[in-house]
Design a protein around this ligand. Structure first.
Ligand SMILES: [Zn+2]
Length: 287
């Protein structure tokens, strides 16, 4: 079973009112100002999954700075997951600094079938992922339901790109140290964080941190797969496209052919690890 651990869809209402959302959220403006920036709908995502042989996708909307805009994004996700419950795993957008309002929104989304929080955008939402006090209510709820937090991360080196931001590896290490039992998905290879797992104390601190491969083609040579397996652990790497940024079918094909992985490693990265993380490995599950 192939699982894409990081995709985005946008409600047609938000997509058609794009200009007004660009004015309302600075990070949305940075990411989507380019007229060529694409939005996916749930229908186009499902069609892409079918073409790529992808059984399930972890799907997110957009984590706006304003909690009420997050709720609008979540409404579309809830509807999408309700329509395709066997194909989609939805992550709620919340503003962690909204405190109890964020907890209520998360509870609403989990009750409606979503399965965690993401893709949080500390730079765009202007919250501090290293602040234990402000994140504690949200994390308590995530842990109560045993669901993960997916968070954007980026590299402190290399080229700039829209939405890169400065959620760099040290901030994710602090987040993991503050909440050692929280399952964290550090998007985009954790901004290079797997390398630091060669330090024993860092490896220990990151034992519940997973890395997704979202946008990998734009960021790394495919040697990143072998390098991350060597430095971290093959069981913590999740295949992800960042669809619609990357084409799912092409990325599955390239990873299968170019990443130099064994059959067992491919099985874990392409779906086995995500199935375990999202508790899809019950008796009825087909891996
Ligand atoms: Zn991201």
């Amino acid at each position: 079973m192939i699982i894409d651990a990081h995709t985005h869809i946008m409600s047609p209402e938000i997509a058609s009112a794009k200009l007004s959302y660009l004015e309302r959220d600075g990070w949305f403006d940075e990411c989507y100002r380019d007229p060529k920036a694409r939005f996916a709908t749930v229908e186009s995502l499902i069609a892409s999954m079918d073409a790529a042989g992808i059984a399930r996708s972890v799907v997110t909307g957009f984590a706006f700075a304003d909690q009420s805009l997050c709720a609008a994004s979540n409404d579309y996700l809830i509807d999408a997951v309700g329509r395709f419950p066997d194909r989609l795993i939805g992550l709620a957008a919340v503003q962690p600094d909204a405190g109890q309002a964020a907890v209520y929104e998360l509870e609403r989304c989990l009750a409606a079938g979503l399965a965690g929080v993401g893709e949080l955008l500390p730079d765009g939402q202007k919250f501090d992922p290293t602040s234990k006090d402000s994140l504690a209510p949200l994390v308590t709820t995530l842990q109560k339901y045993d669901v993960p937090m997916m968070i954007h991360t980026s590299e402190p080196v290399g080229h700039l790109y829209p939405g890169k931001g400065r959620t760099w590896p040290p901030r994710i290490v602090d987040l993991a140290i503050n909440f050692p039992d929280l399952k964290i998905i550090a998007a985009h290879w954790g901004g290079g964080l797997p390398f630091y797992e060669l330090m024993p104390e860092v490896k220990l601190a990151l034992s519940n941190v997973y890395y997704d491969t979202a946008a990998t083609t734009f960021l790394y040579d495919f040697k990143v797969f072998r390098t991350a397996i060597t430095a971290s652990n093959v069981r913590k790497i999740l295949f992800a496209s960042d669809h619609p940024l990357l084409k799912q079918d092409r990325l599955v094909r390239r990873i299968s052919l170019e990443a130099g992985l064994t059959g067992e490693e491919l099985q874990l990265i392409l779906g086995g690890n995500a199935a375990r993380l999202f508790n899809l490995t019950g008796p009825k599950a087909v891996i």
